[in-house]
Write a new protein. Sequence first.
Length: 261
Amino acid sequence: MDLGLTEKVILVTGGASGIGEGITRALHEEGAIPIIVGRNAAKAEQLLGELGKGHSIVRELGTVESCREVAREALQLYGRLDGLVNNAGVNDGIGLEKGSPDRFLESLVINLHHYYHLTHFVLDALKASKGSIVNMSSKTALTGQGGTSAYAAAKGAQLALTREWAVELLPYSIRVNAIIPAEVITPLYRSWLDSFDDPNARQRTIEAKIPLQQRMTTSREIADMALFLLSERASHMTGQHLFVDGGYVHLDRALAGLEKS
């Protein structure tokens, strides 16, 4: 399916690794121009060198000024912006018991604040293009996980902002949607699995709780939804929370034990 993204300029935060890398690669396949934002210059340059198209902006996204600079540099490159994927962040395990008020606030800076800051600074460009915004959230916003209060709070706020912005930006035909992944196999997730004595057993335990096919979601499956939402194929969708999770959040865990027919 041609998504009509050829030569569209799309800004992807955290676009050099994990889910973000999957989105960057998928954008390239559709002929779009990805602009990767993140702190790992080597990863970004390696990816763009492989793809042969796109740009990298190396910045920490933790401050208002850094987000302002990212927006300025991105717009200097092409003079326009057709889409924004707010994706950067990390489940940093700042919980209620093993945490502190200061660390909680620091985590919100890492995982939430730049969603607002960057969107604010590129908004005029998105108005001009009638572009689309995709916010990457997490199942933790809805299910809880334990030991990760700050990350869960950030992800819940992202879902609230998705619907708030969808309402505010209706006059400009800017669509705003969110994707909610659950268990996605990425290099970072793999590193976490490898911290256990038996990583394969731990993975099997997790996958047994995913109703559809008892397997983890791939980065590409998340990317495919992101590209659809960025494209005109989703021209009448806004304010939506889309679950790409093999039924993890909404289907009864008992289904995972059913025999396959």
